[in-house]
Design a protein around this ligand. Structure first.
Ligand code: NAD
Length: 288
């Protein structure tokens, strides 16, 4: 298949996303030689211990040497500097891809560094857990999950090969335009994470309810709702630093809805609450 046609793959950053890519490649029986790089020596040691990648190297420059496919799997804010560092070492005609949760700013940060003849095919696998780091990955992470492909002008052939690669890892793929991607992700992922973080913040701030009580009684909503607030702080800081416009737009809409419900509670408008919950329950039941 087309995905098998990459002979050498470089994974830059060895966290949840990259380690899951490696395990899924192995499961798919791909024969590509995979070289991995992570910034911290501790992560590289953990990766070696886990048997992650065929080879772990000490610099991003060394990792991309001779690679046919380079996947940037570092926090969004680190994509530009990494692209700048590896650019002179890329094999002519290779494909660079990234898995960042934000696309517009990543593309603007990465593309200017890439030499002519190197293809850039940005992607975003819509899969994750609240765990991070090299030991968080597993082969089935991408099964039946969407991987959004944002070619943004990349040649069709290079794009098709990246799509085939993700499909071999178990994902379904769909192409999307850059700004639309960032708005969709603001509503389905970014703002929900922000609200989960604030809910934990509210509980922590409330002196009349102890942390022990929050933990003890958290089954009733708090536990489900705030699971994602255990996610990596660097990753999520970078998401909000770079998807500013879309997340502010969705937060504005969220605040309007919240105020409408707050007013209904204050004025005792049970009908409004009932109608709202009925409509949103129908929508939520359509998911899964
Ligand atoms: P992670 O925290 O598990 O791993 C990040 C990796 O990047 C680590 O190995 C870390 O050592 C390395 N790293 C961090 N800063 C670096 C730097 N400056 N230079 C070199 N290496 C550096 O994160 P993850 O969940 O694997 O996320 C990686 C990327 O994938 C992010 O851009 C994130 O937005 C995106 N993503 C995450 C999810 C998710 O749910 N976790 C889902 C889809 C996409």
């Amino acid at each position: 298949s087309e995905a098998q046609s990459y002979q050498r793959v470089a994974l830059i950053g060895l966290g949840l996303i990259a380690s899951s890519i490696y395990w899924a490649m192995k499961r798919a029986g791909m024969e590509a030689h995979v070289t991995g790089y992570a910034r911290s020596a501790e992560t590289r040691e953990t990766a070696k211990r886990l048997g992650l990648c065929h080879e772990i190297v000490d610099s991003a420059e060394a990792a991309v040497k001779d690679a046919d496919l380079v996947i940037l799997a570092v926090p969004v804010g680190a994509m530009g500097p990494i692209a700048e560092a590896i650019a002179p070492h890329l094999k002519p005609g290779c494909t660079v891809s990234d898995v960042g949760s934000v696309k517009k700013e990543v593309i603007e940060a990465v593309r200017p560094h890439l030499p002519e003849g190197v293809h850039f095919v940005p992607t975003h696998p819509m899969a994750g857990t609240e765990h991070s780091g090299p030991d968080a990955g597993f082969a089935s992470l991408y099964d039946n999950r969407w991987c959004l492909i944002v070619p943004d002008g990349a040649p069709e052939e290079a794009t098709a090969r990246v799509e085939a690669f993700w499909q071999a890892l178990g994902a379904k793929t769909e192409q999307m335009e850059v700004e639309h991607h960032d708005l969709v992700c603001a509503v389905v992922s970014h703002v929900p994470h922000l609200i989960a973080y604030t809910m934990v913040g509210v509980a922590d701030d409330l002196r009349r309810v102890s942390d022990q009580e929050v933990i003890k009684f958290s089954a009733a909503g708090f536990r489900d709702f705030t699971r994602i607030a255990a996610s990596d702080p660097t990753m999520w800081r970078d998401v909000f630093m770079t998807n500013k416009q879309a997340t502010l737009e969705i937060l504005g809409r969220f605040t309007e809805e919240l105020f409408a419900l707050q007013r209904a509670i204050r004025t005792g408008d049970g009908q409004l609450l009932f109608d709202y919950f009925t409509r949103t329950r129908e929508i939520r039941r359509g998911i899964l």
